[in-house]
Each structure stands twice: as structure tokens, then as C-alpha cells.
Design a protein around this ligand. Structure first.
Ligand code: PLP
Length: 461
């Protein structure tokens, strides 16, 4: 072959799929986080940006005990270091079912009618598999969106119908209006995806709203003559730590047309590294396709991790949950107090703090996006050495997730998102959290003095 043709720089790129092509460029939020991760200084910089659980909640001693128990009982925990199957360990499937009934979320009869399968790699892999087995179409969800999945869905050719939420979750009136506005495109709806304790806002979906959503997918199913399933993502459901929130029950109990699925994970209450996520719902074609997809991916989560999780769910989950929830509760109370004391005057609203480990702040006038003075102050990129510190010893930085990445980029909240942020109190300890909120107040003052008038939000002009 001609050498000139083989010249490296003149070779055409490989024939990637549309998804592959869309994935060659990291999402803006991944780029921002990677930038911070590169030069993040432990004990100096403060990370309110990542959705990592607090290290202290991970029960290391219990995990060791669980591993020993799995190794010590090769009859009960068969071939735990071999390949597993595509559906998941029978021990773990049984243990999750027992946990759900023991905790009052689910009754025995419903449990017996449903099927539970374990994914290859956490709830993330279940979500990813849904995007593989559904034909691309419209996914209905709430705004702000779970940006990780929203972005992945769009790269896979789905469109999002992201509907703003209120204190109880997705706003039903707006949802009905937006569905009506779809006209003929209503037929393109693939499924509903609703996070019961939303990430980023930690808004808790009310029981009433959950029922209304199930009624809606039932009526849409009847109208379109095709099943429109609804997936409730329970990622933070076990982390509802506000004692004023009443008991929660599974949506699977009230599902007359077999449209409801729940996606659970043990990441937030045991350890993300176990990578245990599951799908629970009516048996049928969708479940069959999910199991085949798990097989294609390389089987369900590593078997020893599944067996360890089964051991822990059967014997220790009660105390572990209490411990984890108490830890996040204490931090939520302390952080809310700090927010109210020092950021209060700048805020329009503050959501979250009752479950999971996020607050979602909306500022009245302060902009938070990556080009804003507020962001530049906290990332120490103002260009003023009095604020940024000397280049060799930059002043403490605070990482947060700007609202611009949390709202759907083509949704109704784009303008509001420029003044919002997600603050995670999961990863850092309380003194660092309180320090960071103090720095945010400094940044807010700086922003108000330096924000260009044209950057002020439309409604205050
Ligand atoms: C809403 C939501 N769903 C799913 C996940 C993924 O969980 P897993 O660790 O099981 O993949 C997360 C993780 O942060 C999440 O926030």
C-alpha cells in the first residue's frame, strides 16, 4: 500500500456509532470535575461537588466479616469467586425481598408476583441497559434532572421531556400541559423515569404524586395501546433521615397494569464499590431483555460482592441504616443552620436536607455558572492575588455543582439554573462544610460587586 495513504494524520477516524461519536467528547460537567480532580488538595480544598458517600458510613469491619462468612460457607455461598449468572445470586435476591417485606415497604403477595434481577454494575448499569433495550423515544422526567443519566440518554438518541418539580416532585399540571403540547409526538414516549429522592434537589416524591404518576402512565397506556412503563429510581430512598417524613411503601403495590418498576442500589447504604443495583417489577418481556443484556455485559455484579451483600442484608442492615441515617441527619441539620445564618440573605429558596445528602440552592441575584464571579471566587480564578492567593499556594477552593449542569439544557429552568447550585454534604465532614458555606457567602458578596449588570437575571431587570 502507498505510504502516503498510511500517513497517520490522514487516516479517517474509526466508524463509530452515533453514540460512540457523541461519547468522544466528555460532558461539560465531567470536564469540570476532571479539572478539579487533577489538582484537588485534600484538607485544603473542599469538595461539595461530588456525589460520593461519606467514607465513615462504609462499614469496613462488617464488610470484612461478610467476606469471611462467604469464604467459610461454600455450601450456602457456592463458588463465590467464579462467574455468576445473568440474573443475580439467589441468596441476594432472597435477602433483598426479605429486607423489603421486613421493613414494611412490600407485602409477601406483591413480592411473590414480581421479579427481581441484579445488574452488572450498580443501578447505573440498570439505567444504561434501559437505554439499550428501549427504542429511542421520549423519556419523561423531572427538572432539575439526574444529569448523569439525562446526558447518557441523549447520547443514545433519546429526547427528554423534563418537567419542573415542586416540593412534592414533578409538577402534574405542567406535565399534563407539556404532554398535550406533544400532539402526535405523544406516540414517541418510551418511558417515565422518576427519582424518588431527586438528585440534584433531594426533593422527596410524595406518595400522592407517586400515585398520580402511576395513574397517568395507566391512562397513557390505554390511550396509546402500548405499555408506557414508569421506572422509580430509589437511589436515596433508604436515606430519608428527616423523622417527620412518614413511612414509605413500594410503588409496586399499586400497579394495576404491570407498568411499575423500581430500581434500587446498595451503594448509598453499604458501599458503592460493591456495585449492587437491582431492577424489581413485573415479570415479562422487559425483564427478559434486561437479563439478556446483563449476560451480554458480562453477568451480574461480582458474585462474592453479591453474597457479601446478602449476608449483610440478612443480619446487619438495620443497625447500618440507623448509623448512616443518623450521620447524614446530623450533618444536614448543621449545614442547614450554616446556610440559613450566612447565605440566607442571598437565597431565594433552599431545597433538600431531609434525605440523601444534597441541598439545592437558588440564589435571588447571585449567578453560579462556570463563567460567574461567584464560581471564579471559589475556584480562585479571579485573577486577583488577594483572593486567589499566590500561584504556588492557591487559597482554599470550594467545588460545587453549578445549576447550569443540573437543569435540562433545553428545558424551562435554564435561566433559573444560572443562579442555582447543588451542594453535597455527603463527602466532607461538618467543620469543612461549615467553612465552605462561609466561603460561599464571601463569594456571593464578591459576585454582587462584580457581576456585570447584563448578567443579572431577567426577572430582576
Ligand atoms: C439518582 C441516582 N441513580 C442511580 C445512581 C447510581 O447508583 P449506583 O452506585 O448503584 O450505580 C446514583 C448515584 O449517585 C443516583 O444519584
Amino acid at each position: 500500500m502507498d505510504d502516503a495513504v498510511l500517513c497517520r494524520s490522514s487516516l479517517a477516524p474509526p466508524a463509530l456509532s452515533p453514540y460512540g461519536r457523541a461519547s468522544t467528547c466528555p460532558s461539560p460537567v465531567n470536564r469540570m470535575m476532571a479539572g478539579f480532580a487533577r489538582d484537588f488538595r485534600d484538607a485544603i480544598d473542599i469538595n461539595l461537588g461530588v456525589g460520593y458517600v461519606n467514607e465513615k458510613t462504609i462499614p469496613i469491619a462488617l464488610l470484612r466479616r461478610a467476606m469471611d462468612a462467604v469464604i467459610a460457607d461454600p455450601v450456602r455461598y457456592r463458588q463465590a469467586f467464579n462467574y455468576g449468572g445473568p440474573e443475580g445470586s439467589a441468596n441476594l435476591i432472597g435477602a433483598i425481598g426479605r429486607f423489603l417485606t421486613r421493613s414494611g415497604r412490600l407485602d409477601e403477595q406483591t413480592l411473590a408476583r414480581k421479579r427481581l434481577v441484579i445488574g452488572p454494575c450498580g443501578a447505573t448499569s440498570i439505567l444504561d441497559a434501559l437505554a439499550e433495550i428501549f427504542a429511542p423515544g421520549i423519556v419523561v422526567t423531572s427538572d432539575p434532572v439526574y444529569y448523569v443519566y439525562a446526558n447518557a440518554l441523549e447520547r443514545k438518541g433519546f429526547q427528554l421531556l423534563a418537567v419542573p418539580e415542586d416540593d412534592e416532585g414533578i409538577q402534574m399540571e405542567t406535565l399534563h400541559r407539556r404532554l398535550a403540547a406533544l400532539g402526535e409526538r405523544l406516540r414517541r414516549i418510551a418511558f417515565f423515569y422518576v427519582v424518588t429522592v431527586n438528585n440534584p434537589s433531594c426533593t422527596i416524591l410524595s406518595e400522592a404524586r407517586r400515585r398520580e404518576l402511576v395513574e397517568l402512565v395507566c391512562s397513557l397506556t390505554a390511550r396509546l395501546g402500548r405499555r408506557i412503563p414508569i421506572f422509580f429510581d430509589l437511589a436515596y430512598e433508604l436515606l430519608i433521615h428527616d423523622p417527620d417524613v412518614g413511612p414509605r411503601v413500594s410503588a409496586l403495590r399499586e400497579d394495576p397494569l404491570d407498568l411499575v418498576y423500581e430500581i434500587g442500589t446498595l451503594s448509598k447504604v453499604l458501599a458503592p464499590a460493591l456495585r449492587i443495583g437491582y431492577l424489581h417489577g413485573p415479570p415479562g418481556l422487559l425483564m427478559d431483555a434486561m437479563v439478556q443484556k446483563t449476560s451480554d455485559t458480562g453477568f451480574s455484579a461480582p458474585l462474592f460482592a453479591q453474597e457479601m451483600a446478602a449476608y449483610l442484608l440478612d443480619g446487619h442492615i438495620g443497625e447500618q441504616l440507623e448509623r448512616v441515617k443518623a450521620g447524614y441527619r446530623d450533618k444536614a441539620v448543621a449545614v442547614r443552620r450554616a446556610i440559613e445564618a450566612v447565605l440566607g440573605p442571598y437565597l431565594e429558596s433552599c431545597r433538600g436536607g431531609r434525605a440523601g445528602f444534597y441541598f439545592y440552592l437558588s440564589f435571588s441575584r447571585v449567578e453560579t455558572h462556570t463563567g460567574s464571579p461567584f464560581f471564579r471566587y471559589l475556584s480562585r480564578t479571579t485573577g486577583d492575588p488577594a483572593i486567589d492567593g499566590p500561584p504556588e499556594e492557591v487559597a482554599p477552593r470550594v467545588v460545587y455543582l453549578p445549576g447550569e449542569y443540573c437543569v435540562h439544557p433545553r428545558g424551562e429552568l435554564v435561566e433559573a439554573g444560572r443562579r442555582q447550585l447543588r451542594l453535597s454534604y455527603g463527602f466532607e465532614d461538618t467543620p469543612a462544610l461549615v467553612r465552605a458555606i462561609g466561603l460561599m457567602a464571601e463569594a456571593a458578596r464578591f459576585a454582587l460587586a462584580h457581576q456585570a449588570p447584563e448578567q443579572a437575571p431577567v426577572h430582576s431587570r
